[in-house]
Write a protein that binds this ligand. Structure first.
Ligand SMILES: Cc1cc2nc3c(=O)[nH]c(=O)nc-3n(C[C@H](O)[C@H](O)[C@H](O)COP(=O)(O)OP(=O)(O)OC[C@H]3O[C@@H](n4cnc5c(N)ncnc54)[C@H](O)[C@@H]3O)c2cc1C
Length: 422
């Protein structure tokens, strides 16, 4: 492993020594340093995207004088609140290049970080309910295959083989015609992704500074040269914004607007039950999707709330819509008790694709607009923002996602692929 401090800390010998000492001297997985006066790079936001960026700055570009500045605790934003689905079944080549690259990085991430992220490639099936939807499903499958990623057009029987408890009766409001299957897709433990990147970045010497809000920017001769924070000024050679639902607010501090609206997006879990569903199922008709966690809970998600908001709560009418979708899909889940509901604040862009690229202020770079789908993109988003911050240039994969697409009109409309219903 490249990050030797982390490797030493968890070597077999050190683990045995710790056991013999009665487990009294465990170090924290990452330090909690005070901010230094200056870094080569500062990333705002300690979610998965920000932490991954710090890790790849160190690993891919040898930049270790790096800080991640987080106003709360790492992973406390959307990264720790999402339903952890990882897939690359998008329509446009630009999107498949991005999300499939991310999926490939996920396939080896646990080993690379030496951290069990519990990545389970149990497959995702997107169910179609009419001949017209089957035609759309076939187009998606064709596009994915042309773009060199795995996808299969499933018949009704194949869907039911994967999820036998689905409502397949004649009276079903959403009849099952077939669907899109991606077998490499799956789920991972969301906190572990943040913690794994944090520990590995810390191992390279990256400072992870929690409880430290960015309140403004240091701009000199039109260039961003650092940030103002609740713990004082920090100067930086390059600054990255990875603040998800707060990106519009943070951009406002630097004096520009982003084409982002922020919405609550909620999810729920049921009480744990015995294994009954070993894939992820999404209904095109209802927008509700669900899977069973390793603990046995049914994890349920759906669309965004209808009204833009920074409230990290979610509205009851949308919960009711999502749960009614679940009952259409799996009538037997009507017996389940729902245990918890929560929400995050997601950053939705008109074409439902992320914004990765330089901002209008030189020295300041953007990683935002992931909306409802940025968990799956954490490894790729980190690589791409790190590339931009280290070189000042786009990586080939990030170029189409530049902010200038809203000026040129080269939008990447993934409203269907992203599952965001406006
Ligand atoms: C309910 C729900 C379900 C979802 N399901 C999925 C899914 O199944 N699959 C998928 O791919 N994606 C999903 N997503 C989306 C995904 O969670 C996000 O796109 C992804 O986590 C974004 O990562 P991030 O690091 O950019 O954001 P975050 O994890 O939100 O990190 C941003 C961080 O910035 C910090 N911050 C904000 N302002 C400041 C400031 N001024 N100073 C310092 N720090 C600041 C915040 O505290 C936060 O920790 C879901 C989201 C939600 C809410």
């Amino acid at each position: 492993m490249a990050h030797s401090r982390t490797a030493n800390r968890y070597s077999a010998l050190s683990l045995v020594r710790e056991g013999l000492r009665g487990h009294s001297g465990w170090q924290q997985a990452w330090r909690s340093p005070e901010p230094k006066a200056a870094y080569d790079a500062v990333i705002i936001g300690g979610g998965g995207q920000g932490l991954a960026t710090a890790y790849y700055l160190a690993k891919n570009h040898g930049m270790t004088k790096v800080a991640v500045v987080e106003k709360g605790w790492i992973g406390g934003g959307n990264t720790g609140r999402n339903t952890s689905t990882i897939r690359s079944n998008y329509f446009y080549p630009e999107s498949v290049a991005l999300y499939d690259y991310s999926l490939k990085l996920y396939e080896t991430l646990g080993k690379e970080l030496n951290y069990n992220i519990m990545f389970s490639q149990r497959g995702v099936v997107t169910v179609a309910h009419s001949d017209a939807e089957m035609e759309i499903a076939a187009r998606i499958v064709n596009a994915m295959q042309i773009n060199d990623t795995d996808a299969e057009l499933f018949s009704r029987d194949q869907v039911l083989e994967k999820a036998p408890l689905l409502n397949s009766g004649d009276q079903a409001r959403y009849p099952i015609f077939g669907g899109v299957w991606q077998g490499r897709a799956g789920v991972a433990r969301h906190d572990a992704v943040a913690w794994g990147y944090a520990r590995a970045a810390d191992g390279f010497g990256v400072d992870i500074i929690q409880d430290c809000a960015v309140t403004g920017f240091l701009i000199e001769n039109g260039r961003c040269v650092g940030v103002e924070t609740s713990k004082g000024e920090i100067r930086a050679g390059a600054v990255g914004i990875a603040t998800a639902g707060n990106s519009g607010v943070v951009a406002g501090m630097a004096g520009f607007n982003l084409p982002i609206k922020s919405y609550s997006l909620q999810a729920m879990v049921s009480e744990p039950v015995k294994p009954c569903l070993d894939t992820v199922v999404l209904y095109l008709g209802t927008g509700t999707y669900l899977f069973q966690s390793d603990k046995g809970e049914i994890v349920v998600g759906g669309g965004i709330d209808r009204i833009p908001s920074y409230a990290q709560r979610g509205n009851p009418p949308v919960q009711a819509t999502v749960l009614s979708g679940m009952l259409e899909m799996f009538p037997s889940f009507g017996q389940l008790k729902m245990l918890r509901q929560w929400a995050g604040v997601v950053d939705v862009v008109p074409d439902s694709s992320p914004i990765i690229g330089p901002s209008p202020v030189p020295g300041l770079y953007l990683n935002c607009g992931w909306g409802t789908g940025g968990f799956k993109a954490i490894p790729a988003g980190g690589v791409l923002l790190a590339h931009l911050m280290a070189t000042g240039e786009h990586h080939d994969i990030s170029r189409p996602f530049d902010l200038d697409r809203f000026r040129t009109g080269r939008l990447i409309d993934e409203a269907a692929g992203s599952g965001i219903a406006h």
